[in-house]
Write a protein that binds this ligand. Structure first.
Ligand SMILES: [Zn+2]
Length: 222
């Protein structure tokens, strides 16, 4: 177990085994080779459409607490939200796209157009309103590179998309993520079969709550 202080460019990774009660630090994660030796900061940006009056209610502190405590069953991230970035934008409701990838592009463009500056040291989590999510038929969220958008305001969805940002694939796919992290676990399963964070949820009741040892190892680089 490493006991050294966090090093710039790394995220501390903790694992909780079933046999122990404490979260054990197992190492450090270098997030992506494309962004080496940089400190990882997550900027949470709330997104509404221009015909709405309220931004989605999504508590950064709640998310931070969720990520940093035992709700994150086997692994969690020392997460510090940035308070320096622009944290609220609106998008044109008529511009909302049906594809989650296109909507993410739309949101990124809106962020830039409304004075947001993308910091390459950051990962961006865009939390959308209910109205925006109505334009997305099936996806709860989307992740690409250092960006993800959450369409259903769920903390569990946020963890799932953060998993993608950290290089994890869906458990029903062989490693397809374009990161240095090799996620070729020996076994894949069909979707909707587990409560793993990187599976898809079944029905209304999202009970995803764990990462596998293989997933922990995959993002564990020393
Ligand atoms: Zn996914």
């Amino acid at each position: 177990m490493r006991t050294t202080a966090p090093t710039e460019g790394y995220i501390n990774v903790f694992v909780r085994h079933h046999s122990i009660t404490e979260n054990k630090k197992i190492g450090r994660l270098q997030v992506e080779s494309r962004r080496p030796e940089r400190e990882e900061t997550y900027a949470v940006v709330l997104v509404k459409t221009d015909d709405e009056t309220n931004y989605p209610s999504f508590d950064k502190e709640y998310l931070k607490t969720f990520l940093n405590t035992n709700s994150f069953n086997q692994i969690f991230i020392e997460w510090t939200p940035s308070n320096q970035e622009k944290d609220k934008i609106s998008i044109c409701s008529s511009l909302a796209k049906s594809s989650s990838g296109e909507l993410l592009d739309e949101i990124r463009n809106a962020y830039r157009a409304q004075g947001g500056i993308f910091n390459s040291n950051y990962s961006y989590i865009f939390i959308t309103s209910d109205s925006v999510s109505k334009n997305i038929a099936t996806a709860n969220g989307v992740a690409r590179g250092q960006f993800c958008a959450i369409f259903n305001r769920s903390v569990i969805t946020t963890v799932h998309e953060l998993g993608h940002l950290l290089g994890l694939s869906h458990i029903f796919e062989d490693g397809q993520q374009s990161t240095r992290i090799d996620f070729r676990c020996k076994r894949t399963v069909n979707k909707f079969r587990t409560t793993n964070f990187m599976d898809y949820p079944t029905g209304e009741n999202d009970r995803r709550n764990w990462f596998s040892r293989c997933q922990c190892r995959s993002i564990h680089t020393e």
